[in-house]
Design a protein around this ligand. Structure first.
Ligand code: IPM
Ligand code: MG
Length: 356
């Protein structure tokens, strides 16, 4: 099992270091893991002049899975678009064909008070957002800024073909089958033709999954329902841009964006695993970042790419144990809890893994 480790920028190296300790523990206990570091994002721009250099391209093509910290930072905000760190991540997703982005939002009972929503609204939250990741307006052509009638004019294209819609719908239906068998597809079919096709194709694909209850929701309503009554959702499926926005919103229901892992998968289960949060340059290098989202991303890797449910569960149990013991990084801290830094949280998880 070959894993490319791309720590990235900002807090990336600190949080990935803790996730690597988890992988090393699993290796010590018998998993045949090979870890290979590489550069992506701003650190790659610094070292190689581009955010997704050829060496990284080869490394990830050769690996079975990729673990990523985060990319980006204010130092790179003035670079031309093609050299921005985010472009490295987008190019990596595209190069590996990682069209299926799974973003679970789970509220651990211990963190019920960390959410900005009332506990009675969010307690028990366990939803999965399935976001299409290699199409839609993120990649559509034509795109650009040009002069039209003497006015600077910006334009992007939202485009999906039926194959792209059907394959992400299948991933979502299959995920729903392993959960509470309810799928809500999110679109804007009252305005956008592209998403009218989305609704049609998701409905057609649903005929293959008569055991899953399919509903549709317009994206503005979905954004509202997520904070009004999030427990109504099991699995949500949507396009690239709506999924980007709704998954940030859903993350906050759980108290901290620092808790949420993600998986981005190709058609054969190869995947990129990363926390859904960014590089948090404001706290980088201060041992303050929460490494749990990255550690939980390792659990998703073991489950989705390597089929090792046992190892995935061992990590997730350790995280639950650590929360129950009261260990908290600053983002989820409350009075009376045991405040720890990034490395201290890593220590606690490793200790938790020894009792499983
Ligand atoms: C995400 C991020 C990325 C995205 C950025 C960094 C390109 O916001 O993974 O949600 O928009 O997909
Ligand atoms: Mg985002």
């Amino acid at each position: 099992m070959k894993i490319a480790i791309l720590a990235g920028d900002g807090i990336g190296p600190e949080i990935v270091a803790q996730a690597v300790r988890v992988l090393e523990t699993l290796r010590r206990d018998g998993l045949a893991l090979e870890l290979e570091p590489g550069l992506l994002g701003g650190c790659a721009v610094d070292a190689a002049g581009e955010p997704f250099p050829e060496a990284t391209r080869r490394l990830v093509a050769d690996a079975d899975a990729v673990l990523l910290g985060a990319v980006g930072g204010p130092r790179y905000d003035t670079l031309p678009r093609e050299r921005r760190p985010e472009q490295g991540l987008l190019a990596l997703r595209k190069a590996l064909g990682l069209f299926a982005n799974l973003r679970p939002a789970i509220l651990y009972p211990e963190l019920a008070n960390a959410s900005t929503l009332k506990p009675e609204v969010v307690a028990g939250l366990d939803l999965l957002i399935v976001r299409e990741l290699t199409g839609g307006i993120y990649f559509g052509e034509p795109r650009g800024v040009e002069s039209r009638d003497g006015l600077r004019t910006g334009f992007n294209t939202m485009v999906y073909n039926e194959m792209e819609i059907a394959r992400i719908a299948r991933v979502a239906f299959q995920a729903a089958r392993r959960r509470r068998r309810r799928l809500c597809s999110v679109d804007k079919m009252n305005v956008l033709e592209c998403t009218q096709l989305w609704r049609e194709v998701v409905t057609e694909t649903g005929r293959e999954f008569p055991d899953v209850e399919l509903t549709h929701m317009l994206v503005d309503n979905a954004a509202m329902q997520l904070v009004r009554d999030p427990l109504q959702f099991d699995v949500m499926v949507t396009g690239n841009m709506f999924g980007d926005i709704l998954s940030d919103e859903a993350s906050m229901l759980t108290g901290s964006i620092g808790m949420l892992p993600s998986a981005s998968l190709d058609a054969r289960g190869k995947g990129l695993y990363e926390p859904i949060h960014g590089s948090a340059p404001d706290i980088a290098g201060q041992d303050r970042a929460n490494p749990l989202a990255t550690i939980l991303s390792v659990a998703m890797m073991l489950r989705h790419t390597f089929g090792r449910e046992d190892a995935a569960a061992r990590i997730e149990q350790a995280v639950k144990r650590v929360l129950a013991q009261g260990f908290r990084t600053g983002d989820i801290h409350e009075p009376g809890m045991r405040m720890v830094g990034t490395a201290g949280m890593g220590d606690a998880v490793l200790a938790g893994m020894e009792h499983g």
